[in-house]
Design a protein around this ligand. Structure first.
Ligand code: NDP
Length: 329
């Protein structure tokens, strides 16, 4: 038996989440690597799974946790042996395959990447899917040719997990980052991560004109809806927008005008099904570029039991930075 969060569906369709003892025999039979999970995290999607606010869980009962880092304790997969330290992000884990908010996870070896050299399992989970997605967005801007000298980069949902790490990465790369937030009281926090300016997200969240005054050379958006539409409408000629989230909404009430008149590029960023080689590239960038003292500012450590209390808070947009879950505490 091992300790973990277990989700069950009630008769009325709601989700019941509890911290309990789970039988090792109930771990997925199609997993070929068993991990002693040391740290996991609470991402926005974990908040959806634990509260049942959105139907992200596709199999019951389910252990949530789309992220995990720990040590291999059993393996029949050719690439992994007992003692290896590994990282897992996405692949439907915590949604359709039992996840990592538990002391044990049985995963497919094909999904795992090695813990980057010199990185602890705690650091990896302080970064987590949110931070790794922030890196994928930053890589997308660079790949589209956005340079620090091109002008300001807007980061929306700035005080959240993706936003906080995106600010830190982009600022360290020399970009002038403007943070859009609903938590203006956190302006000092956002500046300490490297933002040169902080704006009220209310400037972007209401319906706006199809074309607006040009400002952004690049955008990392984790918010969607009107915020994304306005950000695109304020892009400079040839700017790139990396869109990865939907904290405001899944809709995109925009026109084609910025794309066909200013050559704005909208790049969709997914973290769940990214091929292994790109994951390893993103994680090795993170290992090089994210400084421990920056992560300390971003991270708040909680226990498995506390994860249940924090899940609704992340959906309410009330979490600053990243939550790392010490699974063994
Ligand atoms: P967080 O909850 O940590 O951050 C989201 C932030 O968005 C909040 O902190 C808040 O920041 C802002 N926000 C919340 N509600 C609203 C609203 N109604 N209108 C405008 N802004 C709002 O979540 P994450 O950073 O972990 O994830 C952010 C988004 O990215 C989520 O939608 C998530 O599903 C998505 N995501 C997608 C991935 C992918 O693979 N494409 C991977 C990871 C995340 P502030 O108060 O500063 O404005």
């Amino acid at each position: 038996m091992f300790k973990g969060i277990l989700l069950n569906k009630n008769e009325d369709g709601t989700t019941r989440a509890e911290l309990t003892q789970i039988d090792e025999a109930s771990l997925p039979a199609d997993g070929d690597v068993t991990i002693a999970v040391e740290y996991s995290t609470i991402n926005y999607k974990d908040g959806l799974a634990i509260t049942g606010k959105s139907p992200v869980v596709r199999k019951w009962p389910m252990v949530p946790g789309i992220d995990g880092a720990g040590e291999v304790i059993a393996s029949t997969h050719a690439s992994w042996k007992v003692g290896d330290q590994v990282v897992l992000n996405g692949w439907g884990v915590g949604e359709a395959h039992m996840g990592c908010l538990a002391e044990r996870a049985k995963l497919k070896g094909d999904w795992l990447i090695p813990l980057p050299k010199g990185m602890s399992t705690r650091t990896a989970m302080s970064i987590g899917t949110a931070g790794y997605t922030a890196m994928l967005c930053s890589m997308a801007l660079a790949e589209q040719g956005v340079k620090p000298t091109d002008g300001e980069i807007l980061v929306t949902g700035a005080s959240g997990g993706v936003g906080s790490v995106a600010i830190a990465i982009l600022a360290a790369r020399g970009y002038k980052v403007v943070a859009s937030t609903g938590k203006l009281a956190e302006a000092d926090y956002l500046k300490s991560l490297g933002a040169v300016d902080v704006i009220d997200r209310a400037e972007l969240s209401a319906p706006g004109k199809a074309m607006q005054k040009e400002r952004w050379a690049g955008v990392v958006d984790s918010v969607g809806s009107h915020t994304l539409a306005n950000a695109v409408a304020q892009c400079r000629y040839g700017a790139t927008v990396a869109a990865c989230g939907l904290a405001q909404g899944m809709d995109f009430p925009a026109t084609v005008a910025p794309f066909i008149l200013r050559g704005v590029k909208l790049i969709g960023v997914d973290s769940v099904m990214v091929p292994i080689a790109r994951r390893i590239a993103a994680w090795s960038n993170l290992a090089l570029e994210i400084k421990p003292d920056t992560l300390d500012k971003i991270t708040h450590e909680i226990t498995l039991a506390q994860a249940l209390e924090w899940a609704p808070k992340i959906l309410a947009g009330a979490v600053k930075g990243r939550l790392v879950v010490n699974v063994r505490a």
